[in-house]
Design a protein around this ligand. Structure first.
Ligand code: WQD
Length: 339
């Protein structure tokens, strides 16, 4: 069945891991990326891991002409996995128009040029952030969506709506994957999370603190209504997440979908607190992490974890890695950056 898959944002954290899994499953992979938050060396790393080199084009999805030319120059694309977007929650509140312009126009141009090229399958990278603070946990796909806590989260919600409406009015079939918190790295430590500047997310900040790049990890709030007062999230290994994208694109290509537009939560179903993460990290890696409790971060929710049963049963997908493996791989990746 394999075919030709376009991966937008394919040199990014989740995109690069997904390219590895696609190539290992005999898909041809074409990457487009504007390299605004990743570097082109990732293409060679993907080739080193898989023994196959993805086709790479530096391209900005906001440039409709170059996107149209891309589809003309690369006919026969069977499906698209769309990652390319800005994703820093805090930055999105500082520069909302930058996020709305990039994330929404990129999606619109991509869907438009796909339609013109007769490419009718998209897997979309969405996020649990669309749920806000759920009233009921674990959270299922039919939970009511709340006003997004950030422009970033709002662009994910709006892009889901754009995808659903385009499915409703064309031959397009779409799957939205709502990620929980992706962490860790490929076992080779050749690819991983490479935040430019000061990491927004917990685990890269934690590993940079452990290796000495950062003074101390600030724990944003220890007065939440949780077992130890710190925020709870559903952390998932990035390789488990990557495998879900293979299952989703296979579902579309083999026409196994039940609806033309489907949504799946991608989480483990288990929540861990910030302190759980820190203490587990120290235990499995035998390193000390300096940390201090500070005020809550504006916009943070208190606790969220997934009910992944729909993805388990419909996609035949289940997260396999436990927290210790995730944190071991994150540390191995951080240490590889020293070389
Ligand atoms: C996790 C926990 C923080 C940093 C966001 C987006 C989501 C996805 C992942 C993009 C929280 C605490 C964090 C730190 C801390 N998007 N924390 N000190 O906010 O759950 O999710 O990033 O990839 O769509 O919403 O992830 O890693 O920032 O925070 O205490 O320095 O760690 O308060 O409880 P978040 P996160």
């Amino acid at each position: 069945m394999p075919g030709k898959i376009l991966v937008t944002g394919g040199t990014g954290f989740i995109g690069s891991h997904t390219c590895v899994v696609l190539l290992e499953n005999d898909y041809d992979v074409l990457i487009v990326d504007n390299l605004s938050n990743s570097n082109v060396e990732v293409v060679d790393k993907i080739a080193q891991i898989t023994g196959k080199t993805p086709h790479f084009t530096k391209l900005d999805l906001c440039d409709e002409k170059s996107l149209t030319d891309f589809f003309t120059d690369n006919p026969g694309i069977d499906g698209v996995i769309h990652f390319a977007a800005y994703k820093a929650v805090g930055e999105s509140s500082e520069f909302p128009l930058k996020y709305y312009h990039n994330n929404l126009l990129g999606m619109i141009n991509l869907l438009k040029t796909m339609d013109q090229a007769g490419c009718d399958k998209m897997v979309f990278s969405s996020s649990c952030t669309v749920y806000g603070q759920p009233d009921v946990l674990p959270v299922t796909e039919d939970a009511p969506l709340k006003k997004a806590f950030s422009p970033y989260g709002n662009t994910k919600k709006i892009c889901e709506d754009i995808l659903q409406d385009q499915v409703g009015s064309t031959a397009l079939k779409g799957i939205a994957l709502r990620y929980f918190n992706p962490i860790g790295a490929h076992e080779s430590a050749l690819i991983g999370e490479l935040p430019l500047g000061i990491p927004n997310n917990l685990v890269p900040y934690l590993t940079q603190t452990a290796i000495g790049k950062r003074e101390s990890l600030k724990v944003f709030g220890n007065d939440y209504n949780t077992h130890d007062g710190t925020g709870i999230r559903d952390y998932i290994h990035v390789m488990d997440l990557a495998r879900a994208h293979l299952d989703a694109i296979n579902r579309l290509i083999s026409k196994k979908y039940k609806e033309e537009y489907e949504i799946f939560n991608l989480g483990t179903g288990t929540g861990y607190s910030v302190l759980d993460i820190i203490l587990t990290f120290e235990k499995v890696n035998g390193v000390k992490v300096n940390y201090e409790f500070v005020d809550r971060r504006p916009g943070d929710i208190e606790k969220v974890w997934a009910d992944p049963s729909k993805a388990n049963s419909e996609l035949g997908w289940k997260a396999e890695s436990g927290l210790e493996d995730m944190l071991r791989s994150a540390w191995k990746w951080e240490k590889s950056l020293l070389k």
